[in-house]
Design a protein around this ligand. Structure first.
Ligand code: DGJ
Length: 713
C-alpha cells in the first residue's frame, strides 16, 4: 500500500495520507499541486503537519475523510452509533486501498466494534470530487447507526460561508455568515431535499464573489433527510461535510447488514463561484444519460387552466402553443380519479371518465398532430385520504404508529417500502406509459414527510421511502427509456444531484414571476446547468406574486433555462402571441449555446443590476437585468466575463427586447454603443474596461450578443 494517494484533475488536487494504520488523513484538497513524487508528498505532509499542542492528544490530529475520536478528533464525528451502549467510538484500521478508475476504494475494519467500512473517493475529470461510504456490521447483535458523515478539510483562509435557505415560491435564497469557531449544522428533516436545502455549502476567502475569491463547496446528494455541516475549531481545523440525517432506529445493522451513505459532492474553484459552477456543470454534462437532444419548448397547463380540464379548452391551448413554436405539451394535475381539486384523488392513477370521457388519447392525438410531444403530471408517492386507494388500503399510508400524521395539502404519503403499494404504483405508471403516447412525466411531490413511519411497525421510514422512490424511478426508466422525467416538489423542493441522476430536469419554483426568478435561477444554476432547469413564461400578472411584468422581461428571463410557457395563451392578444413567438424563435436559435456553453456572472457593484452570460468558442449571449432602480444614474460599466482576451468581438443588443426599456427617451438620450451596429472590441478590453450598462426601468432585461469576428491574435 502506497503511503500517499494524490488524485489530480482539471486544476484540483486531493492528497490522502495512508501512513498510519487509521483512516486516511486529507493532507490537501484544493488547487492542483503539480507532479509530486513519494518523497515530495511526504515533505508536503511534513510541511502541513499540525503542532501537537493544547492538551487533547500527543499525536498530531488531521481531518480524515471520516474523522474519529480515537484519532484525537473532538469535532463532529464522522461515525456515530452503538451496540447497546458499546462500540460507540470507532477506530478503523485500513486493510486495503484499491485504485478505481477515478480514485480510490479504502477498506477499513474495526474488530472491537465489529464494523467494516468501505469508502469510495472519486475525482472526476471536471475536478468534482465525490465520496460515499458503506458500513457493514460484522458482529452478532445490532449496531444502531446514528449517522455517517463524510468530511473534507478547507483551509484557514476560508472566512465566509455561503449556503441557502428558502420556502415555497422562493427556493435557494442565499445567506452568508462568517465562518467562525463552532459547528454550523444544516439539518433537513422534511423527507425531501427541501426548499431550504443548504444546496451547495460554500466556504470561501473574504468577500468571494462570482469571479473572485477561492471557494470550496459541498453538496449532499440525497432527496430525503440530510445533514450538511461546516466546522471550525480552535485547533485550526476547518471542514465541510455531509451525510444522511437518520431518524431514531432507522438503521439497525444485524451481522452482515450494510448501510451506504449518499454521495457527498465537493468542488474547489480558484476564481469565485463561477469556477465552482463550471466544474459541476461539466461533471453533469459528462454523465452518460445527460440530455443531448435540443431541449424542447414546453407548454404546461397548470397556470393556464388549473383543474379545469376540458378537451375543447385544452385543444385551443394546444393550438395556440403550436402557433408560438411549442414542442411539448404537458397536461398537469387534474386528469385522474376524483381529482377535480387538490383535496382528493391522489393514488387513483386511472383517467377520470368525468373529465376525459373518451380517455386522454383525443387530447394526445391533437397534441401529436400539432407536432408536439405529450407529457403528463403525476404525484406517485402521495395519497389523498379521499381516494379509492386510501379506502381500499388505509394500511398503505405512512404513519408512526396508530395515529395518522397531520395532512398537508389534504394528502398523506404512500408507504412505498411496502411491496404491495410499490407494485401498485409502478404498475399503474407502467400501464399509463405503455398505453399512451407519453414522452414526459412531470413527477411531483407536494408535502413534507411528517411523522412518516411504516404503518405496520411504526418504525421511522424516511430512509426506506427515499430509496424506494429511487428504485421506482430506476425501474420505470429501464422499462421506458425514451421517457423524460421532471423532478418537481411543490416547485423546487427536490433539487439535488441524486434525483438528477434519474430525472432529466427540475422545476425550479412555482414562482414564475420573472423578478423573483432572476435570483432563483441564478442560484439554482450554481450547481445545475441551465438545460436542466425548467423556467416558464407566465401570464402578464404573476399568479403567485400579483406583480405585473412586460412580456420581454418574462421571456427574456425564462430563456435562461429549459424554456416553457405556463400561461393561458388563448387569452393572449395577437401582439403578445407574435412577440412570444419571436422569443421562442430566439430560444431555439441560442439553446445549443445556452445548454452547452460556460455560464458566467459579472461582479456588478450596483445591487440593482445583474449580468449573466453563456460563452462558447464561437458565440456568447449576455443578459443585463435590473430588478430595482440603480444606485448610479447612469450606471457604470461592467466587465463581460469569460471571453477570449485575444479575440475581437462584435457586441450588439440582441432582439427581441433589444431596445433598452428605460426613461432615456424622456430624460436623456440612447446609450451610445447600444445600436444594431454595436461595436467591435477585444475580449481583453471587454473583460477589463467592460461595457457601460444601460439605464433600465426596474424589472427589465437587455440581451447582448457577442460573437468573435476573427481568429485569435
Ligand atoms: C405543485 C407544482 O409545483 C405545480 O407546478 C403543479 O404541478 C401543482 N403541484 C399541481 O398540483
Amino acid at each position: 500500500m502506497a503511503d500517499f494517494v494524490h488524485l489530480s484533475a482539471a486544476g484540483v488536487s486531493l492528497v490522502l495520507d495512508f501512513r498510519g494504520p487509521s483512516l486516511p488523513a486529507v493532507v490537501h484538497w484544493g488547487e492542483a499541486l503539480g507532479d509530486l513524487g513519494p518523497e515530495e508528498l511526504a515533505e508536503l505532509a511534513l510541511a502541513t503537519e499540525p503542532q501537537p499542542i493544547g492538551f487533547s492528544a500527543d499525536t498530531p490530529v488531521r481531518v480524515s475523510i471520516l474523522p474519529e475520536q480515537s484519532a484525537g478528533w473532538l469535532g463532529h464525528p464522522g461515525l456515530a452509533g452503538h451496540r447497546d451502549g458499546t462500540a460507540w467510538s470507532s477506530a478503523f484500521t485500513v486493510r486495503g486501498v484499491d485504485r478505481s478508475a477515478l480514485g480510490v476504494r479504502v477498506r477499513g475494519f474495526d474488530e472491537t466494534a465489529g464494523l467494516e467500512l468501505v469508502i469510495e473517493i472519486e475525482l472526476h475529470p471536471a475536478g468534482v470530487l465525490r465520496a460515499r461510504a458503506r458500513l457493514t456490521s460484522t458482529a452478532p447483535g445490532t449496531y444502531w447507526l446514528d449517522h455517517l458523515t463524510l468530511f473534507l478539510p478547507v483551509p484557514a483562509e476560508t472566512t465566509e460561508l455561503l449556503d441557502f435557505t428558502g420556502h415555497h415560491l422562493r427556493e435557494r435564497s442565499p445567506q452568508r455568515t462568517a465562518f467562525t469557531h463552532g459547528l454550523r449544522v444544516r439539518e433537513n428533516r422534511t423527507g425531501r431535499t427541501g426548499y431550504d436545502s443548504p444546496y451547495l455549502l460554500c466556504a470561501g476567502t473574504a468577500g468571494f464573489g462570482n469571479r473572485h475569491g477561492r471557494v470550496w463547496g459541498v453538496h449532499t446528494a440525497f432527496s430525503g433527510n440530510s445533514r450538511t455541516v461546516a466546522e471550525r475549531n480552535y485547533h485550526g481545523h476547518s471542514a465541510l461535510g455531509g451525510g444522511e440525517l437518520l431518524l431514531p432506529g432507522e438503521i439497525g445493522l444485524r451481522e452482515g447488514g450494510s448501510y451506504t451513505t449518499p454521495w457527498v459532492f465537493a468542488a474547489f474553484g480558484a476564481h469565485g463561484l463561477d469556477s465552482v459552477s463550471e466544474r459541476f456543470h461539466s461533471y453533469m454534462r459528462s454523465r452518460p444519460g445527460h440530455p443531448t437532444r435540443p431541449r424542447p419548448v414546453v407548454v404546461n397547463t397548470w397556470e393556464a387552466v388549473y383543474f379545469d380540464h376540458d378537451l375543447g379548452r385544452l385543444t385551443e391551448l394546444a393550438k395556440a402553443a403550436a402557433t408560438v413554436g411549442a414542442e411539448r405539451f404537458v397536461l398537469d394535475d387534474g386528469w385522474f380519479g376524483s381529482r377535480r381539486d387538490d383535496t382528493s384523488g391522489l393514488g387513483d392513477w386511472t383517467v377520470s371518465p368525468d373529465v376525459w370521457p373518451d380517455g386522454l388519447d383525443p387530447l394526445i392525438g391533437v397534441v401529436r398532430d400539432l407536432g408536439m410531444a405529450f407529457g403528463l403530471w403525476v404525484e406517485p408517492e402521495m395519497i389523498n385520504p379521499d381516494s379509492d386507494l386510501a379506502r381500499a388500503h388505509p394500511d398503505w399510508i405512512m404513519a408512526a404508529g396508530d395515529r395518522l400524521p397531520p395532512t398537508a395539502r389534504s394528502q398523506q404519503v404512500l408507504d412505498l417500502h411496502n411491496p404491495s403499494a410499490y407494485g401498485y404504483v409502478r404498475d399503474r405508471l407502467d400501464a399509463l406509459l405503455s398505453e399512451h403516447d407519453i414522452g414526459y412525466l412531470k413527477w411531483d411531490h407536494n408535502r413534507d414527510l411528517v411523522d412518516a413511519g411504516h404503518p405496520a411497525s411504526g418504525r421511522a421510514g424516511v430512509h426506506d421511502q427515499t430509496h424506494a422512490v429511487y428504485r421506482l424511478l430506476d425501474e420505470l426508466r429501464a422499462r421506458h427509456p425514451g421517457v423524460e422525467i421532471e423532478s418537481c416538489s411543490s416547485g423546487g423542493g427536490r433539487v439535488d444531484l441524486e434525483i438528477l441522476a434519474r430525472t432529466d430536469r427540475i422545476w425550479a419554483s412555482d414562482c414564475i414571476d420573472a423578478h423573483e426568478r432572476v435570483a432563483i435561477q441564478r442560484w439554482t444554476s450554481l450547481l445545475v446547468p441551465l438545460e436542466l432547469i425548467g423556467s416558464h413564461v407566465g401570464a402578464p400578472r404573476s399568479h403567485t406574486t400579483h406583480r405585473e411584468l412586460p412580456l420581454d422581461m418574462r421571456a427574456g428571463t425564462a430563456i435562461w433555462g429549459h424554456l416553457g410557457i405556463e400561461w393561458d395563451l388563448t387569452r393572449a392578444t395577437p401582439g403578445e402571441l407574435a412577440r412570444l413567438g419571436e422569443w421562442v424563435a430566439l430560444y431555439k436559435e441560442v439553446r445549443s449555446l445556452l445548454h452547452t456553453g460556460t455560464l458566467v456572472h459579472g461582479d456588478v457593484a450596483d445591487p440593482a443590476y445583474s449580468l449573466t452570460g453563456v460563452v462558447s468558442e464561437s458565440d456568447a449571449l449576455f443578459a443585463v437585468t435590473a430588478t430595482a432602480t440603480s444606485e448610479a444614474y447612469p450606471p457604470g460599466a461592467v466587465a463581460l466575463p469569460g471571453l477570449d482576451p485575444a479575440r475581437l468581438y462584435h457586441v450588439r443588443p440582441q432582439p427581441p427586447g433589444d431596445v433598452p426599456d428605460g426613461n432615456a427617451a424622456a430624460w436623456g438620450a440612447a446609450l451610445p454603443w447600444c445600436t444594431p451596429a454595436g461595436l467591435r472590441l477585444t475580449g481583453r478590453a471587454l473583460g477589463t474596461a467592460g461595457l457601460r450598462l444601460p439605464v433600465l426601468y426596474p424589472d427589465r432585461v437587455l440581451l447582448i450578443r457577442v460573437t468573435p469576428t476573427g481568429e485569435p491574435t
